[in-house]
Design a binder for this molecule. Structure first.
Ligand code: ADP
Ligand code: MG
Length: 323
């Protein structure tokens, strides 16, 4: 089982940022309103993610580290319409097989927290408020061939930050902080309410993006597209940054990317480096999120409809007077 987990880890965990993604997914699934990410040496030495979510009862702590242990899906039919980020029950087991992993968690029903050492299996009482802290140390310590492929700490750190940015743009209502080697790097406070997304976009992508972008809001058939798209002057002066979400999940999707690019080319005649954050909502049954182990790819039942929806949404936004 250890070997199978290590193989699964190869698919799920490529670098520290993959661990960050999985752990932040879990914290969001647990209903956290504040997630704190602490990293050392680009995340290779340490990734510690603390949340104020529901926590894990002590009897479930050892199970959480087992393969195919998920509390999020009751049967295979539910795979059709998963609303949570995780659902395969593989991430923690995979991470535990390639790094020193510990859990410290307290659920609302418990008077104190419990600590689990993923390597020895030791479970003992610990101290913290309601929520969970997952610590992952010395990534790939037992898989030197993988560790060799890691880049410099600075590069790995940049990937970790990017991973948290993707989450932060999906959940303006959740506060995030990122620490690296003891220094506070990013702090995005919670923005609940209808203007939350714009505020979070300003925090994460900069006030200049907010000022230099237009609101996107378009319904096409069963597809709704919202977000903001950068206008040409801003797009030209910034690094290439495209954020696309499907039902709240960050995705890399050719249909969305192509549709957005086409819209920029139509309206702006050759705009090459669009900057945007687009949020596509479709009925869960019309999109398959179980295509890729990291859930970063999706398959639409009607990709033509999604393409049209995104293209029209961005075209309309760019063609309209600035708002
Ligand atoms: P999945 O997210 O696919 O269910 P994981 O391996 O990521 O699988 O996590 C296994 C289980 O551990 C989850 O289903 C959940 O019950 C529990 N868990 C993990 N992280 C947290 C967390 N931060 N807060 C509460 N429960 C958690
Ligand atoms: Mg998970």
């Amino acid at each position: 089982d250890e070997l199978i987990s290590q193989i699964a880890a190869g698919e799920v965990v490529e670098r520290p940022a993959s661990v960050v993604r999985e752990l932040v997914d879990n914290a969001l699934d647990a209903g956290a309103s504040h997630i704190s990410v602490r990293l050392a040496a680009g995340g290779v030495r340490l990734i510690s993610i603390e949340d104020d979510g529901a926590g894990i009862p002590p009897e479930e702590l050892p199970i959480a580290l087992k393969r195919h242990a998920t509390s999020k899906i009751a049967n295979l039919l539910e795979l059709e319409s998963v609303g949570t980020m995780g659902f395969r029950g593989e991430a923690l087991a995979a991470i535990n097989s390639i790094a020193e992993t510990t859990l410290l968690s307290r659920s609302g029903a418990q008077p104190n927290a419990y600590f689990l050492d993923g390597r020895t299996g030791e479970l003992r009482p610990g101290a913290r408020g309601i929520g969970t802290t997952v610590e992952v140390k010395e990534l790939f310590f037992s898989v030197p061939a993988r560790r060799k492929f890691l880049k410099t700490d600075a590069t790995e750190l940049a990937h970790c930050i990017e991973s948290v940015r993707r989450h932060a743009l999906a959940r303006p209502d959740v506060a995030f902080t990122i620490w690296h080697d003891g220094k506070l790097i990013e702090q995005w406070r919670s923005h609940p309410g209808p203007d939350g997304l714009a505020q979070r976009l300003g925090d994460v992508l900069g006030e200049d993006f907010l000022a230099g972008s237009v609101a996107v809001d378009h319904q096409y058939g069963a597809v709704r597209v919202t977000g903001r798209a950068g206008v040409p002057d801003i797009s030209r002066s910034r690094p290439d940054q495209q954020f696309a979400y499907v039902n709240g999940r960050f995705v890399r999707d050719k249909v969305i990317t192509h549709a957005a690019r086409s819209a920029y080319e139509d309206v702006l005649h050759g705009q090459r480096q669009p900057v945007y954050a687009l949020y596509v909502s479709v009925e869960p049954a019309r999109v398959d999120v179980n295509v890729h182990p990291t859930k970063i790819e999706v398959r639409f039942r009607d990709s033509r409809e999604v393409h049209q929806a995104v293209r029209h949404a961005v075209e309309n936004a760019l063609a309209a007077p600035r708002a």
